[in-house]
Design a protein around this ligand. Structure first.
Ligand SMILES: Cc1cc2nc3c(=O)[nH]c(=O)nc-3n(C[C@H](O)[C@H](O)[C@H](O)COP(=O)(O)O)c2cc1C
Length: 161
């Protein structure tokens, strides 16, 4: 049977709750990703133009170090990555995660939670990061998932093994 892994980052637990439901519905393993340097409440203040997240998200092609605890994904066919939307795109650490995982031959799908922004810019961003790494990866259409109905619809759309 195909094996699926859900990796997620969640600063304030919204994505965490959705990730747990996605993993349960996909019968997948689930692993939380952490930044090397945790984000404080002040770091997460998007009304402050000099806060850590505002600076990171506006720095083109920047990367944020992750804690060195990514799982071995060799035995998984399908990789799902969940994250919040920050300034219309994934947190920069999601690019670091993509850089570090060998996604060759995998089916990849990303989802996010947000307070209104759709997944369009995030999808382009993720596809560009996959291209930059030269991975041969099937990237499914990502989605914002805020409730069980959206989760079910998105899971039905996935082209997983
Ligand atoms: C730094 C920062 C930037 C954000 N930027 C956006 C945004 O551009 N669009 C949006 O709809 N929500 C934005 N949000 C709201 C989050 O995407 C939303 O609250 C999300 O569900 C948080 O997920 P989490 O609890 O898993 O961290 C932002 C939140 C933060 C902290």
């Amino acid at each position: 049977m195909a094996e699926t892994l859900v990796l997620y980052y969640s600063a304030t637990n919204t994505t965490k709750k959705i990730a747990e439901q996605v993993a349960q519905k996909l019968n997948a393993d689930i692993v939380e990703i952490h930044p090397a340097q945790p984000y404080t409440a002040a770091d997460l203040n998007w009304h402050d133009e000099s806060s850590r997240t505002t600076v990171e998200q506006h720095e083109h092609n920047s990367r944020v170090d992750i804690k060195d605890d990514l799982p071995d994904i060799t035995n998984y066919d399908n990789i799902v990555i969940g994250h919040p939307i920050w300034w219309a795109i994934p947190p920069r650490m999601i690019s670091t995660v993509i850089d570090h995982l060998d996604l060759n031959g995998k089916n990849l799908a990303l989802f996010a939670t947000s307070s209104g922004t759709n997944y369009k810019r995030s999808q382009s961003y993720v596809e560009r990061t996959i291209d930059e790494n030269g991975y041969d990866t099937k990237v499914n259409q990502g989605a914002i998932l805020n409730n069980p109905r959206q989760i079910d619809g998105w899971i039905d759309s996935l082209n997983f093994k």
